[in-house]
Write a new protein. Structure first.
Length: 91
């Protein structure tokens, strides 16, 4: 995933939020569901954009950077971290 944590200046948000862009494609809806994450890196500071197209281009660039970083051994091993595993006794 890539995530934006902050105020999202392009949308002029007044409350700090976390917006997550999942890289894995799947069918379904996660609204209202619990999502476990491990933050494995940092890409860039939050910034404003002059257009929605500019924002979309930057998100696509962030995704490309994240996909590359996810292949790094230190980050790649996090995908099997116990924190992310479903508890079989209490799924």
């Amino acid at each position: 995933m890539v995530a934006s944590i902050g105020w999202n200046p392009y949308y002029k948000n007044e409350k700090k939020s976390m917006e997550v862009h999942l890289l894995h494609k799947f069918q379904g809806d996660l609204y209202g569901e619990e999502l476990k994450i491990i933050i494995g890196g940092y890409i860039r500071e939050e910034k404003d954009f002059s257009s929605l197209d500019e924002l979309i281009t930057e998100i696509k660039n962030d995704i490309a950077i994240a996909e590359h970083q996810l292949e790094e051994p230190v980050v790649n091993k996090l995908k099997n971290d116990d924190f992310l595993m479903i508890n079989k006794a209490n799924p």
